[in-house]
Design a protein around this ligand. Structure first.
Ligand SMILES: [Zn+2]
Length: 215
């Protein structure tokens, strides 16, 4: 979706993951995934508030699926630019959304994914046994993410400068750490969020940024 932004580039590990889950979800639920931003060509910082999506390991996936727009035909360019993404929350994490999130979180290449705190709490209610849903640990709450999930695949092998980020705490995250997201402190932090400052690129990126055009 929003393909004129040309943010559809990613590491092969990310692309394989998206293809795997898209085909499993289609097989199980008969629906078609809609993808948002991946990375720009060659990666790097992009305009807007995206602090991530720079390394080809992140993707945004809409919670809405293509069939729900009732077009009955492939989307036109206009559809892909303008169709609105539907929001989901604690009360409407239905079978399609649960299965989409479960398939991503269960995929061996996926390190973690982010959904809204409300969606996380809905999933915690649907899968109360931590042993029944070990994948739930990888599903992390974050501000926004009512209409899409943010997916990150693990650092690929033989990529020593790849930083995998903070370790996910033990447990499925359906505990008091989740309650925090519904309190005043989380609300204030969400409202105070300021756009991140321009990141300083690692030296290794210079050769990529200064390479001649490839088209
Ligand atoms: Zn994202």
């Amino acid at each position: 979706m929003r393909i004129t932004r040309r943010r559809f580039y990613g590491h092969p590990r990310l692309l394989d993951t998206l293809r795997d889950v898209a085909s499993s979800l289609h097989e199980r639920k008969g629906v078609t995934l809609l993808l948002g931003d991946l990375s720009m060509p060659r990666g790097g910082p992009m305009t807007g508030a995206h602090g991530s999506h720079q390394t080809g390991l992140d993707a945004d996936v809409w919670f809405s699926v293509a069939e729900e727009y009732g077009a009955g035909r492939p989307f036109t360019l206009d559809d892909r630019e303008n169709l609105p993404a539907r929001k989901f929350g604690e009360g409407n994490v239905d079978a399609t959304r649960s299965e989409m999130i479960r398939l991503f979180a269960s995929h061996p290449s996926v390190d973690r994914l982010f959904v809204s705190p409300g969606i996380k709490r809905g999933l915690c209610r649907s899968f109360p046994g931590a042993d029944d849903a070990p994948w739930l640990r990888k599903v992390r709450p974050w501000w926004g993410h009512e209409d899409h999930l943010h997916l990150r695949v693990a650092c690929p092998p033989a990529s020593p400068s790849c930083d995998g980020g903070k370790e996910i705490p033990p447990g499925n995250g359906c505990d008091s750490t989740l309650d925090w997201w519904f309190g005043a402190e989380a609300k204030a932090k969400g409202e105070a969020a300021v756009p991140p400052e321009e990141p300083i690129l690692p030296e290794a990126c210079r050769a990529v940024a200064e390479a001649p055009p490839w088209e």
